[in-house]
Ligand binder design. Structure first.
Ligand SMILES: Nc1ncnc2c1ncn2[C@@H]1O[C@H](COP(=O)(O)OP(=O)(O)OP(=O)(O)O)[C@@H](O)[C@H]1O
Ligand SMILES: [Mg+2]
Length: 608
């Protein structure tokens, strides 16, 4: 239950709504007491009237109804009861309007809190937790905590206040009958608790199976092309079938328990009513036969009827205890999960809020780095220097640590040892957001949004919409313009799930345009020309030369053709730098770079 403490700050924030809600609950319950009283009174009075006896019940209305006929008395009482019912209804409405709305507001705040926190967390967090979990915390789990804030608080307080008000009234009417008729209630609530705990367990099983099925079908559809080319439809169908079969079984179990729930509840409520009538009737007969009890202390028919009404009033909230207990348990479990995420602190911290006037000199001094989540030592003692306005190229076998250098430069992670300096300042002392804002990166895995081409390119721009000409210029520089205008909808073409499928090279170039439009001080190309032919590559690299005149660029590639014009080339191997220099120097060296160059030269000649 401790985890729910996190929500207290919100309860404090909305304290006036909550207190007002409590007030409405009290008022509702206060007015709920009267109808039973009035029915008891009217019944006793009418009975006395019929038998021509003195009135044995005292009432505010006794004098007034003395002169009324029986019919008029009934109408009078009925109207008062009706009026009270309307008042009770109005207060019930306000009670929901305050408390349930408060729970919705907190739900909103809590979702925002979690979302804000997600944005602060670094890549390690996103590697360690899968998307499904991250989504569930903010949707499903928040929903469960809302059930605690809304219904659970409302019903618990309602129950408490109802008991405090009704039970004394019952005892004031008849002690013996009060004790007897209240006894079955705790048993009722325990039984309901057991049944609803079972329902929760079963519905959780159903839920988790359902999410398995959703994941499976989602994967099937997004991978439908590969699935068809590998002729795996049968396999996936049978997999889905067996999952569905389990889902059906779980659902049937749940339905069985659910269908038991209401009959059992009704039976128990019915039994307690019968019990009250039986005990009341027995007492009435005993009292009537006992001459020692004064007339106005004897139990009468009106008393029994009012008890039946009170017991019925109490049984619903009592059954709600069981229900509320399980709501609170689930909310606590959900909040524990939410808190675990909220308490996760990003390992990479932003240590500065200063504005950055980035020039773009980059220094790596003896940098080593191991990925915390896999323990893979990706970089060993890396040192290099890129003066402002120069181009560095990184080449090396797959898995040699090229992208890892970029991860560190963008502070997706922090170095284990050594230091990275930007404009001679330790990268840890630089405002991360500013650094990222001034850097244009084309990542190795292209990611495009399911949106128009125009919006995908414009995404790189500041927080405003760029002019059409700016977007077109970026597209031209990325050598994708002619491809775009050939499409029927041009820049307005939708790409992604429900749109046009672009080729790998086209996607890479849109991704390049997105980075270029930013007009960044540092530009990074991570292997993003791999799916582009050498001619187009040449065009793009030539365009870059003029675009990035006084700016720093880093180009990562497997191809010598992409890197040969760089000011410095470093050759990576197993996390370390094995060669470093200009193209000509490295050719002279006749080492690994030279070898790669020869092989690729041969390949391109063979193609011709
Ligand atoms: N996010 C990550 N978490 C854990 N290990 C990683 C992560 N990214 C890379 N690695 C590991 O670090 C090593 C270096 O990977 P890196 O991505 O830097 O290689 P690369 O030179 O960019 O390769 P490629 O040319 O295939 O892109 C690899 O062994 C890889 O498995
Ligand atoms: Mg890489």
């Amino acid at each position: 239950m401790k985890s729910l403490k996190h929500l207290n700050k919100y309860l404090v924030k909305y304290k006036y709504r909550l207190l007002l809600g409590f007030l409405f609950i009290i008022l509702t319950n206060f007015f709920k007491i009267f109808p039973a009283q009035l029915i008891r009174e009217s019944l006793n009075l009418i009975k006395d009237k019929l038998s021509g006896k003195e009135f044995s019940t005292t009432s505010l209305l006794t004098d007034y109804i003395q002169d009324l006929s029986i019919g008029e008395t009934v109408v009078l009482y009925a109207s008062i009861i009706f009026l009270i019912a309307i008042i009770t209804g109005i207060f019930t409405f306000f009670q929901r309007q305050t408390i349930i709305i408060m729970s919705r507001l907190i739900e909103f705040d809590l979702k925002n809190e979690i979302f804000q926190h997600y944005q602060k967390l670094d890549s390690t967090f996103y590697k360690e937790n899968n998307t499904g979990d991250i989504m569930n915390r903010i949707s499903d789990d928040v929903l469960k905590t809302r059930m605690y804030l809304g219904p659970a608080i409302m019903y618990s307080f309602g129950l408490l206040s109802l008991f405090i008000m009704v039970v004394p009234v019952m005892f004031s009417i008849n002690v013996k009958l009060a004790i007897y008729s209240l006894t079955p209630l705790p048993i009722l609530s325990i039984i309901i608790y057991l049944v609803s705990a079972r329902i929760n367990k079963q519905s959780e099983k159903v839920q988790s199976k359902l999410s398995d099925i959703t994941t499976l079908s989602q994967e099937t559809y997004s991978g439908i092309r590969i699935l068809k080319t590998y002729v795996k439809d049968r396999f996936f169908s049978s997999k889905l079938n067996s999952e569905n079969e389990i889902y059906r079984e779980y659902s049937m179990d749940l339905v069985k328990t659910n269908s038991l729930f209401f009959p059992v509840m009704m039976l128990l409520i019915g039994l307690s009513t019968i019990f009250t009538i039986y005990i009341g009737g027995t007492l009435l007969i005993e009292d009537a036969a006992n001459p020692l009890i004064p007339e106005n202390e004897k139990i009468k028919i009106g008393e029994i009827l009012s008890f039946v009404i009170y017991i019925n009033m109490l049984t619903w909230p009592v059954t709600a205890i069981g229900w509320v207990t399980s709501i609170i348990q689930r909310a606590a479990a959900s909040q524990t999960r939410i808190n675990a995420f909220l308490n996760t602190q990003p390992k990479v911290k932003n240590n500065s809020n200063e504005k950055l006037n980035l020039k773009g000199e980059i220094n790596f001094n003896n940098v080593s780095f191991t990925y915390p989540e896999s323990g893979i030592k990706a970089l060993k003692n890396i040192s290099f220097n890129i003066p402002q306005g120069k181009t560095l190229a990184i080449i090396g076998k797959t898995g040699s640590g090229k992208s890892s250098i970029i991860n560190l430069l963008m502070r997706s992670y922090d170095v284990d040892s050594g230091e990275i300096l930007i404009d001679k300042k330790d990268i840890k002392q630089i405002n991360i957001n500013q650094l990222r804002e001034h850097t244009g990166i084309v990542p190795q895995d292209v990611f495009l949004f399911s949106d128009t081409i125009e919006n995908n390119i414009a995404f790189g721009y500041k927080n405003e919409l760029p002019a059409k000409s700016t977007i077109e210029k970026a597209a031209k520089d990325a050598a994708i313009y002619s491809n775009i205008i050939e499409l029927p909808d041009g820049f307005q073409t939708k790409i992604g799930e429900r749109g046009v499928t672009l080729s790998g090279g086209q996607k890479q170039r849109i991704s390049i345009a997105r980075a270029i439009i930013k007009n960044p001080q540092i530009l990074i190309f991570d292997d993003c020309l791999s799916a582009v032919d050498t001619e187009t590559e040449d065009i793009i690299l030539t365009n870059l030369k003029s675009l990035m005149k006084d700016k720093t660029s880093i180009i990562i590639s497997h191809r010598v053709s992409s890197v040969k014009n760089a000011d410095t080339i470093i050759v990576m191997h197993e996390g370390g730098i094995i060669e470093q220099g200009t193209h000509d120097e490295l050719i002279q060296l006749k080492g690994s770079y030279y070898e790669t160059y020869q092989i690729q030269l041969l390949e391109s000649e063979n193609k011709k």
